[in-house]
Design a protein around this ligand. Structure first.
Ligand code: HEM
Ligand code: HEM
Length: 190
């Protein structure tokens, strides 16, 4: 499928996110959705089972990768603004999109930080794909673990909700308004 097909009414030359923004977006979307699904599955497995232990190693490794990428991405985003929209959008629509995007960036930091905090304070592993352990920057503090764990769990529900709304909004733009919003982020050749 070419960019033009996806762009609906937006030609390939319409304003779009640059290559780095797009690479960050799709790489991180894949990593975060994988972390969300693995986290959800693990939440329904009894603690200590081999499958949960194994999948949590993946979950934590993906989550810490997301943290590093989120920091780089936010710095890049602050340096390079988003492109203008091809079509005029209402103020409410703009505010909703901006709010959802800020929320997504916030959750991209909150989830890995709370996950890191409760794993570090609980004395649990902090792996990076069986290659090394991340430094343990917080002392073991069993009393504080439930606080960070609860924040991670509430954050998880928030990210399911905001990602769901984000994808629904993109679908609405693509199939109802047909204003080429998806094409702004879609991979393109040049
Ligand atoms: C983008 C990053 C992350 C996302 C989106 C994410 C998401 C989730 C989700 C959806 C759950 C299931 C929560 C539930 O429904 O109860 C979960 C659980 C968990 N997460 Fe994360 N997480 C991330 C990063 C991390 C990191 C970096 C760590 C640790 C270093 C971590 C450690 C855990 C652990 C140990 C659980 C199991 C909690 C339990 O069942 O008691 N997470 N995470
Ligand atoms: C199938 C899934 C997804 C699709 C189709 C999609 C599509 C898009 C599109 C078209 C935009 C541009 C919106 C605009 O110009 O107003 C965008 C922006 C954004 N997306 Fe997604 N997205 C998906 C999943 C995700 C996920 C899982 C995350 C992170 C958890 C995410 C985070 C963001 C952020 C933070 C922006 C704002 C970019 C900026 O202006 O800095 N997206 N997405």
């Amino acid at each position: 499928m070419t960019t033009y097909d996806l762009a609906a009414r937006a030609p390939a030359t319409a304003p779009h996110y640059d290559r780095a923004h797009r690479a960050f977006h799709w790489t991180m979307a894949a990593i975060i959705v994988a972390a969300m699904l693995i986290g959800l599955y693990c939440a329904y497995q009894a603690p200590g089972t081999p499958v949960r232990r194994y999948l949590l190693e993946w979950h934590k490794s993906l989550g810490m990768t997301a943290l590093v990428l989120a920091v780089l991405r936010i710095a890049y985003r602050l340096a390079r603004a988003a492109p203008p929209y091809a079509e005029r959008m209402g103020r409410l629509n703009h505010a909703a999109a901006a709010g959802a995007h800020v929320g997504l960036y916030g959750l991209m930091l909150l989830l890995p930080l709370t996950g890191y905090a409760f794993s570090a304070m609980g004395g649990y592993s902090l792996p990076f794909f069986w290659l090394f352990q991340w430094p343990r920057l917080l002392p073991v503090d069993k009393a504080a673990v439930p606080v960070a764990e609860d924040l991670h769990r509430y954050g998880a529900w928030a990210i399911y909700t905001v990602v769901g709304l984000h994808v629904a909004a993109v679908a609405w733009h693509q199939f109802v308004r047909r204003d080429g919003v998806l094409a702004r982020m879609w991979p393109r050749r040049a």
